[in-house]
Design a binder for this molecule. Structure first.
Ligand SMILES: Nc1ncnc2c1ncn2[C@@H]1O[C@H](COP(=O)(O)OP(=O)(O)OP(=O)(O)O)[C@@H](O)[C@H]1O
Ligand SMILES: [Mg+2]
Length: 160
């Protein structure tokens, strides 16, 4: 199974709403691998996902902390690999402990250490288009049926 869905977001509120839908349909063990250039909206989407999982705080970019943990309906680990040199750095951070069957893991700049992520994941690529009213495209791709409820919910939102 290979599923792919591309969504356009016109502003940060819309990206938050898309994230909320992902979060409210997330399951234990879900791994969201976020990629895309600086300022594309990865942290914005992460906030929505966390809020959809019942987190009350506003997740920030863990650029200096690199790894943050939030509590909602599930435990959420939020990593930002922008500053790491390679997979060994991420392991030093303790990222491998976050990749378990119970928690949700959201990784910004996941392409900095792709070899770390062998578990079933939902890949989310964000891109921004300064020449098209600064819209964002959010492309979701997975080979794993555990993410079908998320894709179904997003597809239903697109059909509205
Ligand atoms: N459609 C949109 N979706 C998301 N963010 C948007 C959108 N339109 C404008 N923005 C703005 O773009 C910025 C996105 O910043 P954000 O920190 O989420 O990006 P990022 O991909 O996490 O960057 P970094 O690589 O530095 O971590 C925010 O200031 C947000 O308000
Ligand atoms: Mg960010």
């Amino acid at each position: 199974m290979l599923a792919c869905l591309r969504i356009t977001s016109r502003n940060a509120d819309e990206t938050h709403a898309i994230g909320r839908l992902i979060g409210s349909n997330a399951r234990p063990g879900d791994l969201f691998l976020l990629t895309g250039p600086l300022g594309a909206g990865k942290t914005c989407l992460t906030q929505g996902i966390a809020w959809g999982l019942g987190v009350k705080e506003r997740p920030r970019s863990p650029t200096f902390v690199l790894l943050a943990r939030y509590s909602g309906r599930l435990t959420i680990h939020h990593a930002d690999l922008f500053r790491i040199e390679g997979a060994a750095d991420a392991l030093t951070l303790g990222l491998d402990d976050c990749l378990n069957d119970d928690d949700v893991c959201i990784v910004e700049w996941a392409d900095r250490a792709p070899e770390l992520f062998v578990e079933p994941s939902l890949r989310i690529e964000m891109d921004h288009h300064p020449n098209e009213n600064d819209t964002r495209t959010i492309t979701l791709q997975t080979d794993h049926s555990q993410y079908q409820p998320i894709l179904n919910a997003l597809a239903a939102r697109e059909r509205r």
